[in-house]
Design a protein around this ligand. Sequence first.
Ligand SMILES: Cc1cc2nc3c(=O)[nH]c(=O)nc-3n(C[C@H](O)[C@H](O)[C@H](O)COP(=O)(O)OP(=O)(O)OC[C@H]3O[C@@H](n4cnc5c(N)ncnc54)[C@H](O)[C@@H]3O)c2cc1C
Length: 466
Amino acid sequence: MTERPHLAAIGAGPAGLAATMAAASSGVRVTLIDSAPQAGGQFYRQPAAELRARRPQALHHQWGTWERLRDALAEGMEAGQVTHLTDHHVWLVEGQSGHFTVHALLGPEQEEAAAVVHADAVLLATGGYEKVLPFPGWTLPGVITAGGAQAMLKGTLAVSGHTAVVAGTGPLLLPVATGLAAAGVKVAALVESAQPMDFVRRTRALAAQPGKVGEGARYAAQLLRHRVRTLVHHTVVEAHGTERLEAVTVAALDRAGRVRRGTERRIPCDTLAVGHGMLPHTDLAETLGCRLDGPNVHVDAEQRTDVPGVWAAGETTGIGGAALALAEGHIAGYSAAARLNGAEPDPRAWAAAAKSRSSLREFFAALDTVYAPPAHWAEQVTDDTVVCRCEEVTGGAIREAVTDLGAGDLRTVKLLTRAGMGWCQGRVCGPAVAGLAGCAQAPGRRPFARPVPLGVLARAGEPEAE
Ligand SMILES: Cc1cc2nc3c(=O)[nH]c(=O)nc-3n(C[C@H](O)[C@H](O)[C@H](O)COP(=O)(O)OP(=O)(O)OC[C@H]3O[C@@H](n4cnc5c(N)ncnc54)[C@H](O)[C@@H]3O)c2cc1C
């Protein structure tokens, strides 16, 4: 055992890696814990080693930054400053400043084996996940999430079909459409429900991030090169097929966000990659009692949550991309290290990161006002459309719970219909059920971040062997 203070960093994406490097370089011992088999998170997701990818950088942006992070992690591990636990799925963090216990399930199947890490402080860098709203046919094989298509491509070098439509809303659709096209998939259309020109008018946010403007222009050029038809202010109204996806119907939206009747057109495809934005992972923070600001974990200028000893960085504190995650992780790591070493942090150590954090936050706040699902998306959900996939609850059952049975909040809808009671515990269907029922989306308040086998739960309460 070492006397050095110990930080448990959960999440090895850009935020967790940047925090690990900053804390380790300041003399703190770091255990970096992640459910994935390799470091990188979503943005720097790496192909499985056994695939022996010859040019993994072909699927990535900012490869140089990844190489620096990867090499620094290897050096930190070699020097004994950093321990990297892969395939560890954290289901609970408990304790208080100076005495935290991190509980994880092991292996890709999250079988019964469990691990426990003790630490003086915790950094939550668990990122975000995709929001997908239902529409008729969305449960057909061949309909996948936009990020899922990207993760499959980066992690397994595989594509899910020959002809794809990429649809929904948000900037993530751009790397997905261009990535699939570059991998040889015919991208029949990119269907964006927002009006990106509205964003171009936000000159102040754009002027502060010239790099992002260049990134957008590069994506536009790639779409042109691959002849991807881009339909803005359009939405997918239905996915068709018997055994699996065969086509989608897309339609234009009016200014109010309603489908303009008569504009429907059918596009043959075997893959629909669809996403309606991202949501932060907040389960671990909520169990620890951290305050949320809307859907995000609340943090101060040092990336501290309001629970002493708990820092948070990256998309768990708000959706904002990899560069913002890096800046926040850097600040969190330096702050945590200084405080664990008993010193008052010197903000000059992260002045550049703080500057980039504030302009990136401003940029993504502006983006957020433009990229949103169509206001009247729920009108496309027919009564027989499955909304909660785990419990197979339809749109009709949710409407009935509200109109006939008087449910006025998400919890009552759940009790009356079982929507949100299954494996995902409402993480996937929560926004859809709230939208259909016309209720506010309350925090999930799930005691555990992952489904936990009963045997593991029973043993978690037993005293640990010496
Ligand atoms: C599926 C998907 C694909 C994406 N693809 C792109 C893309 O191609 N281009 C782009 O610009 N942006 C992409 N994004 C957005 C991108 O994730 C962020 O911009 C960036 O990676 C955020 O960094 P982060 O460190 O906050 O989180 P992440 O990179 O998401 O890293 C979080 C890490 O935490 C781990 N984790 C989460 N919960 C637990 C837990 N309970 N126990 C253990 N480990 C846990 C995850 O395995 C992950 O490695 C994608 C997002 C998603 C969800």
